[in-house]
Design a binder for this molecule. Structure first.
Ligand code: FE
Ligand code: FE
Length: 166
């Protein structure tokens, strides 16, 4: 068997995030539906659109490196999404639900940020300049989303989560 290289690791990790993005694409509409605050609902809907773009960008990255676009089961994202679903069930109908949704969504964003950060660094090392540009564009959107969620939590949602139901 040939020795595995950084190139193999890059391709494997690309498959991991490709799988993850498509799972996120399925999870976000459920989170948007569950969200109570209109601003949070809008944030999820906006990020759903961006996520469609992330999937497309990844397809462009696969193409740029001359490899087939392919997903590889990512248990990490499955676990993160499953935890989010648990929160949706457990806190359904409570003022705390939105705070839980934000916590779940930020876990997703942080997973994506770590993956895209790593992939971008490896693409730089491997001389995949087109891939660097594409991965960086998505990385920026993930970071912006994470920041927007922090802001929503700190300015409104966390306080609302403490309110008692009348
Ligand atoms: Fe994404
Ligand atoms: Fe994201």
């Amino acid at each position: 068997m040939a020795e595995k290289t950084l190139n193999d690791l890059f391709y494997d990790t690309l498959k991991d995030i490709y799988y993850a993005e498509r799972q996120i694409l399925k999870a976000l509409p459920k989170m948007a539906r569950a969200a109570q605050a209109p601003k949070l609902k809008a944030a999820f809907e906006k990020h759903l659109e961006e996520t469609q773009g992330h999937v497309e960008r990844l397809q462009q990255v696969f193409e740029a490196i001359g490899k087939r676009a392919q997903g590889k089961t990512c248990e990490a994202i499955q676990g993160i999404i499953a935890e989010g679903e648990e929160i949706m069930e457990d806190f359904k109908g409570t003022p705390t639900l939105d705070a839980g949704l934000i916590s779940a969504a930020q876990a997703v964003e942080h997973y994506e940020i770590t993956r895209y950060g790593t992939l971008k660094a490896w693409a730089q090392r491997l001389g995949y300049t087109e891939a660097v540009t594409l991965l960086d564009a998505t990385l920026r959107e993930e970071s912006k989303t994470d920041d927007a969620l922090t802001k929503l939590a700190e300015t409104a949602v966390n306080a609302a989560a403490q309110k008692k139901v009348a």
